[in-house]
Design a protein around this ligand. Structure first.
Ligand code: CUA
Length: 490
């Protein structure tokens, strides 16, 4: 029995050591991360999410009278020497707006809508075009095969890329510089545990066989103690445990001490979305960060406990209401990586930060991700994203916010109720009943109040679970959301 004591000590020490660097805990979770289910879907161009963008804006947006007429959706441009984006088959693809696209097909294609006629190309022709408006562009070949091009901002196209997960059996690819230390720690603890488990099991089985009861054998009294043996089984595990502690502590200190010069990003979590606010005020549900620069996250929650978990960064940190917690990492390589909430926060926890749903099944097509850019692209992201929120027509802005602010987690736009009422508004400008029996007119003022003070006038039959968006939406964004809801009248 005493033989087992040092082993228990070792296993216990191993357990605590691995729990310390936020990394060790990555192991079990990453394989079975709640996100696993819908990955295949995320690769597919999120069809449906981008409804006819360019066209509708002009007609429906009554508030957009002052904005200049939208640019033509497609223009022909000279081909770059090294094209980044090539369409070489009739298929569903996602492409960035305002970047040259090379059409290079061995069949002739034509656009489904006359307004997009410039999309047409002859078989074998190399032609370059540029999409100037987000939206979907359907096209077909002369052989009557059909394709759909979904055009989005370039950074959203990158966020839609399939998640990079290739790694070992135990862990996804490590992208954070500090991950090497914690990964080494994990593998040492794992190796030691396996070694001692196997060694002790073999000895137990051997002794059970060797000292089994046989007729004619008398049991001999056990020796009271053996100094040499006891010193050995105390000193060796102690040395191992001290090493584990030292390396665990050293990398833990690194994990909790961000460098003073870091890109700082504010993180706000709520049921069920993330909001990342950058230094220039740009907000997004995807975390866009520069590579080869320390990034520090200052995190808090609007409602309950969430946990920010980026497995490729080996970063997992609770996000707590009414206080700030911190995390930091230094991403080595650009790419698109998984991001999940790792703390059960309510019914939709496993769907937290779902940014696009299948319109028919309601299944999540894509969840928020970490996108690591080169330093230049991160700057470009900050500028382009800021410009986007200033130039989008109100309905388009509202539609974007519907997904980016996570409204879609609780509200549908097709008439079916979810956690909250649907945004489809047949009752616009009519009187509707509240849960206290009063009648209120469904108009701009009601929608505005419901966004800022959701519980002020609540509809019957829905839980009072919506958080306030007071202080988190600019006036223009509020107008956009109202315009979008209003546009869903029919
Ligand atoms: Cu947020 Cu789980």
């Amino acid at each position: 029995m005493t033989k087992l004591l040092p082993l228990i000590a070792l296993v216990w020490a191993a357990g605590t050591a691995s729990a310390q660097p936020a990394a060790g805990s990555a192991t079990a979770g990453s394989a079975a991360a709640p996100a696993a289910g819908s990955d295949a879907g995320s690769a597919a161009p999120a069809a449906g999410s981008a409804a006819p963008a360019a066209g509708s804006a002009a007609g429906a947006g009554s508030g957009s009278a002052a904005t200049p007429p939208p640019p033509p959706p497609i223009v022909v441009v000279p081909c770059p020497t090294l094209p980044d984006h090539v369409v070489d088959k009739v298929d569903n693809v996602e492409l960035p707006a305002n970047e040259p696209i090379e059409l290079k097909l061995n069949v002739a294609i034509a656009a489904d809508l006359p307004a997009n006629a410039l999309l047409a190309a002859n078989a074998g022709e190399v032609k370059c075009i540029k999409f100037q408006a987000n939206g979907t562009y359907a096209f077909h070949s002369t052989a009557n095969a059909h394709g759909l091009i979904t055009v989005k901002a370039w950074y959203d196209v990158e966020a839609d890329h399939p998640i990079e997960e290739q790694g070992t059996f135990w862990m996804p690819k490590a992208v954070n510089e500090a991950a090497n230390e914690s990964d080494d720690m994990f593998y040492s603890v794992l190796g030691l545990s396996i070694f001692f488990f196997v060694a002790i099991t073999i000895v137990v089985i051997y002794f059970t066989w060797k000292y089994r009861h046989r007729p004619g054998h008398k049991p001999q009294p056990s020796p009271a103690h053996n100094d040499a043996l006891e010193i050995t089984w105390t000193v060796i595990p102690t040395i191992i445990v001290v090493f584990l502690f030292y390396y665990g502590w050293r990398s833990y200190i690194r994990v909790v001490t961000p460098p003073t010069k870091a890109v700082e990003i504010q993180v706000l979590a709520w049921r069920w979305n993330w909001q990342f606010t950058h230094s220039n005020g740009v907000t997004d549900s995807d975390l866009h960060v520069p590579a080869k620069t320390p990034v520090r996250l200052v995190m808090t929650s609007k409602d309950v406990l969430h946990s920010f978990y980026a497995p490729a960064m080996r970063v997992k940190q609770d996000v707590v209401p009414r206080r700030y917690t911190y995390a930091w990492f230094y991403a080595k390589t650009p790419g698109t990586y998984r991001l999940t909430c790792a703390e059960y926060c309510g019914t939709n926890h496993s769907q937290m930060a779902c940014l696009s749903n299948d319109p028919e099944t309601g299944a999540c097509l894509r969840r928020a991700v970490v996108v690591v850019h080169s330093a230049d692209d991160y700057e470009r992201y900050l500028n382009d994203k800021q410009a986007e929120s200033l130039t989008l027509p109100p309905i388009e802005l509202g539609k974007m916010l519907y997904e980016k602010k996570g409204c879609n987690a609780c509200h549908t736009v097709d008439g079916t109720p979810r956690v909250g009422p649907t945004w489809k508004q047949p009752d616009w400008d009519k009187m509707i009943q509240m849960n206290d029996g009063k009648m209120v007119k469904m108009d701009e003022n009601y929608v505005r109040e419901s966004i800022l003070l959701p519980q002020a006038k609540a509809r019957p039959g829905y839980p009072p679970s919506m958080p306030s968006f007071e202080g988190q939406l600019k006036e223009k964004e509020l107008d956009g959301l109202i315009a979008y809801i209003k546009s869903l009248k029919q």
